[in-house]
Design a protein around this ligand. Structure first.
Ligand SMILES: Nc1ncnc2c1ncn2[C@@H]1O[C@H](C[S@+](CC[C@H]([NH3+])C(=O)[O-])CC(=O)[O-])[C@@H](O)[C@H]1O
Length: 330
């Protein structure tokens, strides 16, 4: 089991306080029923991380902790045990974690378009190991709750936060669907790289809306295809070698889905083709990466012949006067 008490304590006396009790119960239920044989092994690597005295943290393009550490090679060994590192980059006491994704590139595309994060309570759905959460903290966020069903992501965050020691930033082992519904508490909800994994994208958008407070903001990033309104692709078989891809809308179609689900002030703020500069193999994520998922003779197409990945970012507001059916938290 993982000790989330410092995050739960952080929620006291904040706008997220109504979430404290249901979250505590949800975690207790999880530990009682958990059968994941992988978790103890992953946690043993975190337990074996060497002690350090962190003197400086820099939450910029490379999320960095510096200071005095007892054993750099032990640090490298335990961090390597947590391979693959898909999201990053990080640098912990001069151990450079060169992740598969250069997430700083996405953050540079997204950050200029989101409302000022200063003092905000944020839910990051499909947070991975929390790389973006650190960037949100640097932008002034008061709370960042990442949620991700991947234990590896959860444990990688634990490893990084052992040295940054921030109780207001966590990664919880939950899907959006399993979270307390209609919390309506978060000022900003991010869903980046998740919608195409959901079989029912409108339900995903509705669940995101349920987590946002009236007047709060949604930041939605997903793979899109080129084209106009009302077009989308449901790839038969795999897409870029992934077998869990469902709906790939055009950016216009995605905007119309947000409109249909009751969001306002919908803006398509960015569309960018994913390049092998942004997603590539490394020592920290060996094996195949984007280059292997594209048609070798035509990078406009995936290996299966679908349009190659373009990532769109949309920003939208939940109307002030729109409260959802209230979930009873008591
Ligand atoms: N139902 C779900 N609820 C919550 N998380 C989920 C769900 N299903 C999958 N995930 C998680 O969503 C993440 C998708 S990656 C995006 C990471 C980051 N946001 C990024 O923008 O780089 C895809 C990508 O590489 O773009 C994975 O960590 C899944 O475990």
């Amino acid at each position: 089991m993982i000790d989330y008490s410092s995050f739960l304590n952080h929620l006291s006396d904040t706008a997220l306080e109504p979430w404290q009790a249901p979250l505590e119960t949800q975690l207790e239920d999880l530990w009682r029923t958990l059968k994941d044989g992988n978790l103890p092994r992953l946690l043993s690597y975190v337990d074996a991380l060497p002690e350090a005295n962190t003197t400086k943290v820099s939450l910029s393009d490379i999320v960095t902790a510096t200071g005095d550490i007892s054993d750099t090679e032990a640090l490298r060994t335990q961090l390597k045990n947590l391979i693959p590192w898909r999201k990053g980059p990080f640098d912990l006491f001069d151990v450079a974690i060169d992740s598969e994704w250069q997430c700083n590139m996405k953050w540079q595309r997204v950050a200029p378009h989101v409302s000022d994060l200063n003092g905000r309570h944020i839910l990051d759905v499909g947070s991975g190991n929390g790389y973006y959460g650190w960037r949100m903290k640097a932008a002034g966020a008061r709370t960042v709750a990442g949620i991700d069903p991947s234990w590896l992501s959860v444990v990688q965050h634990l490893a990084v936060n052992k040295y940054i020691a921030d109780p207001s930033h966590t990664v919880l082992p939950f899907t959006l669907e399993s979270l307390t519904p209609n919390l309506e508490l978060f000022d900003t909800v991010f869903s980046m790289g998740v919608l195409y994994h959901r079989r029912s994208p409108l339900d995903h958008i509705n669940e995101l809306k349920g987590a946002i407070r009236p007047g709060g903001e949604l930041v939605l990033e997903t793979i899109v295809i080129p084209g106009g309104p009302n077009e989308s692709l449901v790839p038969i078989g795999r897409y870029a070698r992934m077998n869990n891809v469902w709906f790939l809308p055009t950016a216009d179609t995605l905007a119309s889905w947000l409109d249909k689900m009751g969001f306002v002030e919908i803006k398509i703020v960015d569309q960018t083709i994913t390049t092998p500069e942004e997603q590539r193999p490394s020592d920290w994520k060996p094996g195949q990466s984007l280059e292997n998922y594209l048609d070798p003779n035509n990078h406009q197409l995936t290996i299966e012949g679908h349009p190659a990945p373009i990532r769109a970012t949309l920003v939208a507001t939940k109307p002030e006067n729109q409260r959802l059916k209230r979930y009873h938290l008591d």
